[in-house]
Design a protein around this ligand. Structure first.
Ligand SMILES: Cc1cc2nc3c(=O)[nH]c(=O)nc-3n(C[C@H](O)[C@H](O)[C@H](O)COP(=O)(O)OP(=O)(O)OC[C@H]3O[C@@H](n4cnc5c(N)ncnc54)[C@H](O)[C@@H]3O)c2cc1C
Length: 401
């Protein structure tokens, strides 16, 4: 890491970018491409990967200055790519893979999906059954199997797939990660409707899909390590993205309470709850800042699991509170058509309170349930005795399922 790139140096690069490509007059994808080329995508990596070899602690400064100037946020165009698969490529991708995939991922030209969960492998994702076998000795790979709950697969050009390459060893040891072309023959994406009415996620079927060995991410059998880095980034990304108001953590809750009081619906209990939720939101924001500093080095720490647990439990409580403030009106659902969002994060308009409430129920499931996060925190952070594991050390193919 270069010690020479100062905050002042980065600020002037940001200002040059903004002057050459004023956000209000520039197509978002063009702006994001120029930002990548200026080395402002992930400042701590090298120039070829969209960085400046700078201290990762300087990234928030870049984000804040760009946001204040109205620059497009890449997360909005490619949430899984920016939050999860991009950091995984930075940590585990070959130079060739990083060159091919990072720039279009950052600009949102290639939306990414995460192909981990299966019908019988969600919390126990290491038990998955999708098979990858060699197409001839040392050659490319053939994938067969099914994934489920794959967010944005209907928009995705690329997917980060976890597959079983060796059934004869215990479950974690027999996995390998791949980059898959979602437009390849044999990939079929079908919508799954959620209780919000939207089909934001999908089931994805793989029938004899060919993947080049050059698109293997990490070593054969090392897929669990690759997946763990994706999951840790996911927890930071999901936990950190939730519960933010437009003018700071918890601001939307206070504004909603103020509005309710003006209508005559305020009382001491509701005010107390608004302030309690506001404090929670601000504590989570501080945890998010610590977790982001770890994530910036490609090594998110246990804060990611703390943040995912507390951030998502908070977002459920906050959504329920906002609905409660609306009284009977909150129970009305104005629209229940099945829609498939064509822009990740549901387009530009805000969701109504009822839809936000329904969507919030998924927050404590996606990216690891609250129960699983408590297990992780208990075992890995607090050093408590482990969960019961009847398949420990048993070859995957001998585990009853
Ligand atoms: C909106 C949404 C988007 C998603 N997007 C994606 C995606 O893009 N890609 C992807 O791969 N996956 C995605 N998922 C899937 C998600 O990761 C899984 O739903 C999640 O990991 C839980 O797995 P499961 O649904 O199979 O539930 P199960 O694992 O069957 O769990 C059922 C219940 O049992 C509990 N439980 C299970 N094991 C234990 C244990 N050992 N100890 C205590 N309790 C336990 C769980 O907490 C849960 O309450 C998404 C899910 C949602 C809701």
């Amino acid at each position: 890491m270069s010690q020479t790139m100062t905050a002042q140096g980065l600020t002037s690069i940001v200002d040059d970018l903004l002057a050459a490509h004023p956000p209000a007059a520039t197509d978002p994808r063009t702006f994001l491409g120029a930002r990548f080329d200026a080395g402002l995508a992930w400042v701590w990596v090298g120039r070829d990967d969209g960085g400046r070899d700078a201290d990762p602690a300087l990234q928030p400064l870049v984000e804040a200055r760009l946001a204040a100037a109205g620059a497009p946020a890449p997360f909005r165009y490619n949430p899984i790519g920016i939050g999860m698969t991009g950091p995984t490529l930075l940590s585990h991708g070959t130079a060739q893979q990083r060159t091919a995939y990072l720039r279009p991922l950052f600009t949102g030209e290639e939306v990414w999906s995460q192909l981990f969960s299966e019908p019988s492998a969600g919390s126990d994702v290491a038990g998955l059954a999708t098979r990858a076998r060699r197409d001839g000795a040392g050659g490319d790979w053939i994938i067969d199997g099914q994934k489920v709950w794959t967010s944005f697969a209907h928009l995705a050009r690329r997917g980060l797939l976890l597959a079983r390459t060796d059934p004869s060893v215990p479950k974690h040891a027999g996995l390998t990660a791949f980059v898959v072309d979602m437009a390849a023959p044999g990939v079929q994406v079908r919508p799954l409707r959620q209780m919000t009415g939207e089909a934001e996620f999908n089931e994805v079927f793989f029938t004899e899909v060919q993947v080049r060995d050059a698109d293997r991410l990490g070593a054969v059998g090392d897929g669990w390590r690759v997946a763990t880095s994706t999951l840790m980034n996911e927890r930071v990304s999901l936990g950190g993205a939730l519960g933010r108001g437009d003018s700071g953590p918890g601001a939307a809750l206070l504004a909603a309470y103020r509005e309710a009081s003006e209508r005559g619906d305020g009382n001491a209990v509701r005010r107390d709850e608004a302030v309690r939720l506001w404090i929670e939101a601000n504590v989570n924001a501080l945890t998010a800042a610590r977790a982001a500093a770890g994530g910036a080095r490609g090594r998110p720490g246990p804060e990611g699991s703390v943040l995912k647990l507390t951030g998502t439990e908070h977002s459920k409580r906050a959504a329920a509170y906002l609905l409660d403030l609306l009284g009977n009106a909150g129970a009305l659902i104005p629209e229940y058509r099945m829609t498939r969002p064509d822009l990740p994060l549901g387009g530009d308009g805000p969701r109504d309170a009822a839809q936000m409430f329904l969507r919030s129920r998924a927050n404590t499931i996606e990216g690891g349930t609250s129960q699983i996060l408590r297990n992780i925190l208990g075992e890995r952070v607090l050093g408590l005795p482990g969960d019961v594991r009847v398949d420990k050390g048993v070859p995957w193919r001998d585990v009853p399922r």
